[in-house]
Every structure is written in structure tokens, then in C-alpha cells.
Ligand binder design. Structure first.
Ligand SMILES: *Cc1c(COP(=O)(O)O)cnc(C)c1O
Length: 382
């Protein structure tokens, strides 16, 4: 089959299965609203859980940074792209999160891939939760190491995989808060298992950092666990973009030697690092953002219970409503749009087949009126 035929066939099949993906150009603004064309929506789909992407201090830090140092970093951090501001951000992250070192990456996707490709060699084993993020799954599958998976959040499943491996080096990989389900990994049990088997633990806390734990330190701090490797991203609750790997000094030095995503990629702008610093400062010293988010999550769940809308057990900002069928999920999302609410329909392969869902995310920026309105619209659309 020619490329042209293959491409057309795939697009046709995806259309038939309700799996075609399309992007919409939207303009985000404060109070969790967005504009698409001429229409204004309240959105419940962003990972900007604290509303910090619209915060004046963060915006101001970015603008001032750009005026001072220009827009682009100009090169990889190994050349001239690493500034005192990048260095300060790494040091701030390390002390905030309690690790010897932090290394910045342009994205969480790059950080996960860099870490796996840096560590994994052919006699090693990687063991990951089945619902682990695509960036990690792909790197693990492409790496020369053995790659095993365990059922989502199953401590018994992990124990079985650990018992079955004979590798000297074994890395166990989980998310802190899972992106599509909003549930948390049982990190202290996982950590104890890793220790008993001398395996290393890596936690990707893209959805926990800034949101849970004291000073927003994330899932590991909340569960009192110190993993060997922690990945945090700045594009979600921190409202900016970019990511970091937190680790020991030796691992950090090793990453600096071998991580191609670091060495052969232009560093993110110093102005962006300044914006992330401003955001971390807000997250650490203003618990009221997290308190407001918690109130909004509680309100949403309470209103859904009143309306008998089926929820999962998630108590985080990620509140999925699992519908199952792809076409029906799309139809419900469309009906919500007609009512003025932007909620993303999430379909396979992002989630397992038969578990298409509305991924509703709450933010500290939502008002009681907006949440009540969404639940009202949901009860009609479902
Ligand atoms: C979003 C996400 C990533 C990717 O981070 P980006 O900075 O958006 O590239 C990695 N891991 C998890 C669990 C995520 O949810």
C-alpha cells in the first residue's frame, strides 16, 4: 500500500470509529474562559489547575525577563543557553523539592524520554504502571531494556513483576497523580517494595506538583516518599511550560553527559525560567490557590451527587466521567459545547478501549456559578 493510500485509509477508519482528532484554535483568558471563533466558553479541560497561567506576577516576570535578556536562549545549555536564571531555577527546585540536583528540560515529554534513554541498557528492566504517560511508554518500548507493565496501581502486580525480574538494575516507574483518571499511586507501598528489591523508583508528578502536598511539593512529599528520580513539569499547575528531572548529584552529572534531549536541544528562554520562578513562589507561599481548588472540587462532586451523575473515586482536580462509547462521548461533549461549556472528550488510545470519557478538570479560577452551570448542563447532556 502506498503512503498516500495508507494515510487516506487510516483517516477514513478513524473517522468511522469516532477516533479522528482535530485541534481547535482557542484564545484563553482569565476566569477559566476561552474564545473559539466568535463564541465564548467556560472551559473545564485545562491543566492550569491554579489559574497561574493568567497570574499578573507570572506574566510580569516573563515580560521583564524578555526585556532584560531577549526572547530566545540561543543555544543548548551545553553551549550558551544556560543562564544564571536557569541555574537559579534549578537550585530553587532542588531546595523546594528536597533533592541534591535538578536539571531543566524543554518539556515533560523530553525529560521522560531523556531519562529512560540515559539509564536503560540491554540487561536492565523497566517496570511501569499500565496507565503511564505516552512519553514514558514509548521511550521504554524503544529502549534496549526489558519493559514490563503492571495493572494500574496494583501493588500485587508490581510485586509479581519485581519477583520475575533477574536484572541487576530495575527501574519502577509511576505517575504521582494519573493524568486521565485523577487517582494517586500508593507511593509509600511502591517505595517499600522498590527498597526491598533494590530497585530504583521514578515518579512522574506532572499532575501533582503545585497541587498537592505542603507548599505544593507534590505527591511524593504528600506521601512522605523520596524517589530516586522525580520528574516535574511546569506547563500544568505552574502555568508556564518546561520540566525538570530531580535526582542525585551523580545521576545529574550522568544526564549532563549522555542525555541527547538536553545536549542537542535549545534551552528554553531565561524569561520563561523567570516566569517559572515567579510561579513557584506563588505556589509555595499562597496556599489559598490550593484551598480554592479543593473547595471547587468538593463543590463539583457534591453537585454531581445531587444530580446522580456517576463519578469515579478521584479526589483531585481531574474528575473523569466515563462514558465508554466513543461516539456517545463526542455527542455529550458537543451538547456541552452548545450549552457554553468546553470539556474534552478523551478517547483511545489515550485511554483504554471502551473507556472513552469526559475529562473534566477543576481549577481555582472557576467560580461557584460556573461549576453549578456545568453540572446542570451535564445532567441534561448525559
Ligand atoms: C503532560 C504530561 C507529560 C508531558 O509534559 P509536557 O511538559 O506537557 O511535555 C509527562 N507526563 C505526564 C504524566 C503528563 O501528564
Amino acid at each position: 500500500m502506498s503512503w498516500q493510500q495508507r494515510i487516506e485509509k487510516t483517516l477514513y477508519q478513524r473517522q468511522q470509529q469516532g477516533l479522528l482528532r482535530r485541534r481547535s484554535a482557542v484564545t484563553l483568558s482569565t476566569q477559566a474562559t476561552l474564545r473559539s471563533g466568535t463564541q465564548l466558553f467556560t472551559h473545564f479541560s485545562s491543566n492550569d489547575y491554579l489559574g497561574l497561567s493568567q497570574h499578573p506576577s507570572v506574566i510580569d516576570a516573563w515580560c521583564k525577563g524578555a526585556q532584560q535578556w531577549g526572547t530566545g536562549a540561543g543555544a543548548s545549555g551545553h553551549v550558551t543557553g544556560y543562564s544564571p536564571t536557569h541555574q537559579q531555577l534549578e537550585q530553587t527546585l532542588a531546595s523546594w523539592l528536597g533533592f541534591p540536583r535538578a536539571i531543566l528540560f524543554t518539556s515533560g515529554f523530553a525529560a521522560n524520554q531523556a531519562l529512560v534513554f540515559a539509564l536503560a541498557e540491554s540487561n536492565d528492566t523497566l517496570i511501569a504502571d499500565k496507565l503511564m504517560h505516552a512519553s514514558l511508554q514509548e521511550a521504554a518500548a524503544l529502549s534496549p531494556a526489558q519493559y514490563r507493565r503492571y495493572p494500574h496501581n496494583s501493588v500485587e502486580g508490581l510485586a509479581r513483576q519485581l519477583a520475575a525480574t533477574e536484572s541487576e538494575n530495575c527501574l519502577v516507574i509511576t505517575e504521582g497523580v494519573f493524568s486521565m483518571d485523577g487517582d494517586s499511586a500508593p507511593l509509600s507501598t511502591i517505595d517499600a517494595l522498590c527498597r526491598s528489591k533494590q530497585a530504583w523508583l521514578m515518579v512522574d508528578d506532572a499532575h501533582g506538583i503545585g497541587v498537592v502536598g505542603e507548599e505544593g511539593r507534590g505527591s511524593c512529599a504528600q506521601q512522605n516518599v523520596q524517589p530516586d528520580i522525580l520528574v516535574v513539569t511546569f506547563g500544568k499547575a505552574l502555568g508556564v511550560g518546561g520540566a525538570a528531572i530531580l535526582c542525585s548529584d551523580a545521576v545529574a552529572q550522568y544526564i549532563e553527559q549522555v542525555a541527547r534531549h538536553l545536549i542537542y536541544s535549545t534551552a528554553f528562554p531565561a524569561a520563561q525560567a523567570q516566569a517559572v520562578l515567579a510561579s513557584i513562589d506563588l505556589v509555595r507561599h499562597h496556599p489559598e490557590f490550593r484551598q480554592q481548588l479543593t473547595r471547587n472540587i468538593d463543590l463539583f462532586r457534591e453537585r454531581c451527587r445531587d444530580r446522580e451523575i456517576p463519578l469515579t473515586d478521584s479526589i483531585t482536580a481531574i474528575q473523569p466521567i466515563i462514558i465508554g462509547d466513543n461516539h456517545r462521548t463526542l455527542a455529550v461533549a458537543e451538547a456541552l459545547k452548545t450549552a457554553g461549556y468546553w470539556v474534552q472528550a478523551i478517547r483511545p488510545p489515550t485511554v483504554p478501549v471502551g473507556s472513552a470519557r469526559l475529562r473534566i478538570t477543576l481549577s481555582a479560577a472557576h467560580s461557584e456559578l460556573q461549576i453549578n452551570g456545568l453540572v446542570e448542563a451535564l445532567s441534561h447532556a448525559l
